[in-house]
Design a protein. Structure first.
Length: 243
């Protein structure tokens, strides 16, 4: 289903070839269509059997790429209802320099509003009383931030090479953090501070560092992509969400 407001809607078909052909959308999907702001986009997928536990996926500065949609598809195959708001509002940078520049020009209030609204909507429509958030890069930082702002509905948060220098008081989430061994965007002091602030709140946090990797190792759009590390981190994420 496409319009000037783009909403890709798919249901998982474990025993058949997936299709993006037009479907008759249920009422809540129609509501989601009108919720997404003009020129913004989102990707939604859920199992054939209906709503599953909600996972909000927050992309990195590369935007709503095919690899992000593949992650959403994989999570749906695991039984989750997955919503991916486009934090780049339609932009798909062709280089890291362009992606960094686009991020620097982003309106933080607009990003925050989209993340919070998306989380609240997914919590209403997915099964269960809570949702999880999975984010990469800037999306990972936003996932950590949103876990505190949406403390009443977020019970797990996964960040790929994203940190936050915030007070985690009030959070009810468990955390899993995937970090590169070398990262030009994140300092060791930032990671240590974040772990310390989480520790002050007695929050459960599981940190994994991937030897020989650099920032963006889980994303094939960048030069630092490491398929082995990506696959290991993704398997850990799936297990964390299921546990």
């Amino acid at each position: 289903m496409q319009s000037s407001v783009m909403l890709a809607v798919r249901t998982a078909k474990p025993d058949s070839v997936a299709t993006n052909s037009p479907v008759v959308a249920p009422d809540w999907v129609v509501g989601l269509f009108f919720y997404v702001m003009v020129k913004d986009s989102a990707y939604f997928i859920q199992p054939d059997t209906g709503p599953g536990p909600g996972v909000l996926v927050l992309p990195s500065f590369w935007g709503l790429t095919s690899s992000v949609k593949k992650l959403a598809d994989d999570l749906a195959d695991e039984g989750h209802s997955v919503l991916v708001p486009d934090l780049n509002f339609g932009a798909l940078p062709q280089s890291e320099e362009e992606a960094v520049r686009h991020l620097g020009e982003a309106n933080p209030d607009r990003l925050a509003s989209l993340v919070l609204s998306s989380g609240a909507l997914l919590a209403e429509k997915a099964s269960g009383d809570s949702i999880a958030i999975v984010g990469s890069g800037m999306g990972g930082s936003l996932a950590l931030w949103a876990s505190v702002r949406l403390h009443s509905i977020v019970d797990r948060a996964v960040s790929f090479y994203g940190t936050q220098q915030i007070d985690f008081a009030g959070s009810n989430a468990r955390y899993q953090v995937h970090l590169a061994e070398t990262d030009d965007y994140i300092s060791h002091d930032e990671v240590a501070f974040m772990e310390a602030t989480m520790g002050l709140e007695a929050l459960e946090v599981d940190v994994h560092v991937y030897a020989g990797t650099t920032h963006g190792f889980a994303e094939p759009e960048g030069d630092s992509f490491d398929e082995t590390a990506r696959d290991l981190a993704r398997s850990r994420t799936i297990a964390f969400l299921a546990g």
